[in-house]
Design a protein around this ligand. Structure first.
Ligand code: NAI
Length: 536
């Protein structure tokens, strides 16, 4: 409800219904004459918007168009996103958001989100009073240093928190005013940006070391004071920083890292689903990773937890997991091992990817390398010789960084591969069969995690929550999807998936006694009652 009237009401994105205000409302609210004659329904408004969007030349233009719609009429924007999530997610989020971030300074139109720079040191808590909302429940924060597979985009990375929070609203019904996108603009080491006079960010090299960690800490402490109920989601930090920050805060404040933990849960769900096709249990599967950064090691860490829950010892579980990075197989004593992946180094000699596949004979390969084309014809053919149904995930985003395309995967494997990708691919026709690729998209997981935390007032996010989310997500995949080789449910089911994940996590949070809120037994009704409904 709002007290606004007249033009102020029409300019209020939260409350404006624009042409859907009835004649009587127009009289009462002082907006007579400010709108054309016809009274639209919300459905008609959506139809008009979708038709207009189709006239845009490319997906970046469509993204800008939808962003402008959100600024004018939030409810139409979110209803569209909810009802057309499968088609609109690639425009609002990946892969389009990658290009949007690259062009962020050039296409900047209107303030969105909260920017913090080193100049703000000592003042962050005060600055939060400039933000117009008080009851913040979900914060997505990045420092822009590893945006998707695109590298350091500095303050241009703000497109990521904005996009992710739109998915929290559409996918889990978190209220828009309870969401806060944050850019920790600590500078950039991207020379092109530093030399670009229209770059909107802090135009200096990145601050590093203690100076950097102190600013991150000040931000996190300020959130604890100003928004003590808020979940902080770390997004697209450079891997060493991502791990450092996660380990420092995960047991102390309500937070998680989506690239490490969210990715892990969605990939594990895909692995569970693939077992329904191969018939091979997780504990009998050899899994190789291409890439040993935050995404890959995050998945492996969760896999270890899952394997050990199935009764394997830590050593046995480690035996099933191998890593190949830019320098080849991770083996003990090799150079360039990092603290987050060193415990995955195997005994034996150094070797390249192909040799590692021939030696270890993986059943499953997961690519999170950010390196386009690394699943070569030779790799896919080799996996198909070794396995009746090889499982291969090309998780790197955006599409231009994918380890292979869906077409390559199905063609080179002669239709044998069980394939999932990070970016969306169109269905592939091969030898008279249609193969539909499931998208291993974190959007299946994080909205449900945020919804659970919001509803039960969780004190922290436990690793086990991601295991639960993975299981629940894979249970949502229907038999007909599995028959088509699709390892994930339709994104159109996202709201229901988020509710299912949230319910299971809330039950666990109560069991662990880390829920601050009383939650009634009729959990589903209670959650649905909370969720943001954009219908007028
Ligand atoms: P990162 O930069 O921490 O790690 C990249 C890893 O790949 C490093 O270990 C590097 O040595 C390795 N690598 C690079 N080039 C290689 C090559 N040619 N051959 C073998 N290994 C190579 O990055 P992070 O955070 O782990 O992300 C990696 C990719 O995963 C990105 O493209 C990101 O967009 C994607 N990702 C996908 C998600 C999803 O689909 N759900 C979620 C999170 C990340």
């Amino acid at each position: 409800m709002t007290k606004k009237r007249g033009i102020d009401l029409l300019r209020d994105r939260k409350h404006s219904k624009s042409t859907a205000f009835t004649k009587e409302e127009r009289r009462k609210l002082g907006i007579q004459g400010l709108l054309p004659y016809a009274v639209s329904t919300q459905d008609l408004q959506m139809k008009r918007i979708l038709a207009n969007m189709e006239r845009k030349q490319n997906n970046v233009e469509k993204h800008i168009f939808l962003s402008a719609l959100e600024d004018r009429n939030e409810r139409v924007f979110y209803r569209l996103l909810i009802e057309h999530i499968e088609t609109l997610l690639p425009i609002v989020y990946t892969p389009t958001v990658g290009q949007v971030c690259k062009e962020f300074s050039a296409i900047f139109r209107k303030e969105k989100g909260f920017f913090i720079s080193p100049d703000d040191k000592g003042d962050i808590q005060n600055m939060f009073s400039c933000w117009p909302e008080e009851d913040i429940r979900v914060i997505v924060v990045t420092d822009g240093e590893r945006i998707l597979g695109l590298g350091d985009l500095g303050a241009n990375g703000m497109g990521i928190p904005i996009g992710k929070l739109a998915l929290y609203v559409a996918g889990a019904g978190i209220h828009p005013e309870q969401c806060l996108p944050v850019m920790l603009d600590v500078g950039t080491n991207n020379k092109d940006l530093l030399e670009d006079d229209i770059y909107v960010g802090y135009p200096h090299p990145r601050i590093a070391g203690d100076e950097y960690l102190e600013l991150v800490d000040e931000f996190i402490q300020a959130v604890q004071v100003k928004y003590p109920r808020a979940l902080i989601q770390f997004e697209d930090f450079l891997t060493p920083n991502a791990y450092k920050i996660l380990h420092k805060y995960k047991d102390k404040v309500l937070c998680f890292n989506d690239d490490i933990q969210g990715t892990a849960a969605v990939a594990l769900a895909g692995i569970y689903s693939s077992a329904r096709i191969t018939g091979r249990d997780l504990k009998d599967s050899r899994i190789m990773f291409l890439g040993a950064g935050a995404a890959a090691t995050g998945i492996a860490d969760l896999l270890l937890t899952a394997l050990m829950k199935e009764g394997l010892t830590s050593d046995k579980a480690h035996d099933l997991i191998s890593f190949v990075d830019i320098d080849g197989l991770l083996v003990e004593g090799r150079r360039n091992l990092m603290s987050h992946n060193i415990h995955y180094a195997r005994q034996g000699k150094e070797m390249d990817f192909i040799e590692a596949i021939k030696t270890i004979k993986p059943h499953i390969i997961i690519g999170a390398s950010g390196a386009k084309g690394t699943f070569t014809k030779e790799v896919i053919e080799l996996m198909s010789e070794l396995n009746e149904r090889p499982v291969m995930f090309a998780l790197s985003n955006p599409t231009s960084k994918s380890e292979c395309t869906a077409e390559e995967a199905y063609t080179f494997s002669d239709g044998k591969v069980i394939f999932a990708s990070g970016s969306p691919f169109d269905p592939v026709e091969y030898k008279g069969k249609t193969f539909v690729t499931g998208q291993s998209n974190n959007a299946y997981i994080f909205p449900g995690i945020g919804l659970a935390a919001t509803i039960c007032g969780a004190k922290r996010i436990e690793d086990e929550f991601f295991l639960i989310a993975a299981k629940v997500l894979s249970e949502q995949v229907k038999e007909e999807d599995i028959k088509q080789g699709k390892l994930y449910p339709s994104l159109n089911e996202l709201r229901n998936i988020s509710i299912e994940i949230a319910m299971a996590i809330i039950v666990k949070a109560m069991e662990l006694d880390i829920a601050r809120e009383y939650v009634p037994k009729e959990l589903r009704e209670y959650i649905e009652e909370y969720m943001f409904d954009p219908v007028y």
